[in-house]
Design a binder for this molecule. Sequence first.
Ligand SMILES: [Zn+2]
Length: 254
Amino acid sequence: MFGFKAKRRNRLRSQSFPDPWLAILRRNVPYYERLSPAEQQALRADIQVFIVEKNFEGCGGLEMTDEIKVTVAAYACILLLNREHDYYPRLQSILVYPDAYPVPTLRRGPGNEIVETHEMRLGESWRTGAVVISWNHVLHRPVDPTGNRNVALHEFAHQLDHEDGSANGAPILPASSMYATWARILGREYRELSEAAETNRPTLLDKYGATNPAEFFAVITEYFFEQPDQLRQQHPELYDELKRYYRQDPARDR
Ligand SMILES: [Zn+2]
């Protein structure tokens, strides 16, 4: 990256981070407190670039606020921390609904006719440059006895997966030597989750991850940051692959 863009980013990164924004981070992003001071500083700098470069839009009557921008940007930038990155170059807009939102879908009716209905969604990631998200599910993550899900981490993980042009559960890895191990370990873990889903065996990971390899990558990213100790204990090789990719170690003692 050269010239104007790099200069503008450096200027944004070096601005002082507003105190009210810091209070928002501390309140809404528990992982922030677990980062080292150097990582916290890098995250704050990335948030300042992300908020200026991306277009945030309130949908379904939601009024956009700094709290929403800072919180969503923080989760997006946690996935970039310590890595070489270009701030999700294909991503232009973050569309935020106040809560779960209806999306029109077509289904087959009882007489096999096509009927228009809708399904409620918490988030989506579009390859055409948008993330859609339910603010209520970013802020008050529903506590589910089988796992702490995080819709913001989930949708931004999909964006990373899209960066190579296909959503297949394999983002661009930092070294070509990593692809074989990644495919072997994630492939095996994905098959195990799929088998557990078929036989209804209890698992740490949410079985939504067995939908396809892209959902698997998004779901394991949530667990890596939200339940790192359990993931490391029960899926050590998977944890290590994500640790190498994200260049963070959320389960380390601090
Ligand atoms: Zn997904």
